[in-house]
Design a protein around this ligand. Structure first.
Ligand SMILES: NC(=O)c1ccc[n+]([C@@H]2O[C@H](COP(=O)([O-])OP(=O)(O)OC[C@H]3O[C@@H](n4cnc5c(N)ncnc54)[C@H](O)[C@@H]3O)[C@@H](O)[C@H]2O)c1
Length: 225
């Protein structure tokens, strides 16, 4: 993925690609910036600016050719190689993600799980679960770069280090431990630049409650004004 692209731009590009896939499946050949903008919730100007940033030009009359656009976005987002992901920690969250069939549609393949508990390990599953000790070799052999971390808090830092050491450089971290790397890694042992996305559902929910409460306070003060 392009190093210079910021996170919100990348998220929009992923959304454009999803919309384009749907439009293509309906037999549509060309698309305009206003169609894409409406579908993604941004203005046509934002769509045009995003595409010009990644050197994709449309034309005023015909708009953008969907096949060309999908190929270009696929290149940028790395879809062409398929996106292999491992999951470390195959408990409740890990197995829920392993059983989520929709990833396939996005070109994401969960190829293996790793767990320290022998009871969870099972190489007969559609997505095999291997002993954590084999993770390094597996990742290195296949050049896997992205991993989901769903181990208990107490194991988070150690497993993170093991994954970094194996060559994982993109992390979706479900533990409540805020793991930092982001290319400015302060861990002297970090051999490469990593990107960590910390998913904290508790924090997101707290944030929602906060926003709702702020709205209520505003409404009450307006009523009393
Ligand atoms: N991000 C969120 O919003 C959110 C919400 C709920 C839970 N969580 C966190 O997500 C993580 C997973 O939650 P869960 O409910 O699936 O937990 P879980 O206990 O069901 O599963 C954890 C799995 O990790 C395995 N494990 C433990 N140590 C390991 C190690 N060193 N190497 C490999 N595997 C190891 C365990 O055997 C188990 O299968 C926890 O840290 C939890 O606190 C996060």
């Amino acid at each position: 993925m392009g190093q210079g692209l910021n996170k919100s731009l990348v998220l929009r590009l992923v959304r454009y690609l999803r919309v384009l896939k749907k439009l293509k499946s309906l037999g549509i050949v060309n698309v305009f910036s206003n169609n894409l903008g409406d579908a993604v919730g941004v203005t046509p100007a934002v769509v045009r600016k995003d595409f010009s940033l990644i050197n994709i030009q449309g034309n005023k009359r015909g708009g953008y050719n969907i096949d060309t656009l999908m190929a270009e976005l696929g290149n940028i987002l790395g879809k062409q190689e398929g996106q292999d992901v491992i999951i470390v920690g195959c408990g409740r969250i890990g197995t829920a993600l392993m059983n989520y069939k929709e990833f396939d549609k996005e070109g994401i393949r969960v190829v293996a799980g790793f767990d320290s508990d022998p009871v969870k390990q099972n190489t007969e599953l559609a997505i095999p679960i291997y002993p954590i000790e084999t993770m390094r070799e597996y990742v290195k052999e296949r050049g896997i770069e992205v991993g989901i971390l769903a181990v208990p808090e107490s194991a988070a830092n150690r497993v993170f280090d093991e994954m970094v050491g194996a060559g994982i450089r993109g992390f979706l971290n479900f533990t409540s431990v805020e793991l930092k790397c982001e290319g400015k890694c302060e861990r002297t042992s970090c051999p490469r630049n990593c990107t960590v996305h910390n998913v904290n559902i508790g924090l997101e929910l707290e944030n929602l409650f906060y926003l709702i409460n702020m709205d209520k306070i505003k409404e009450t003060s307006q009523e009393n004004a």
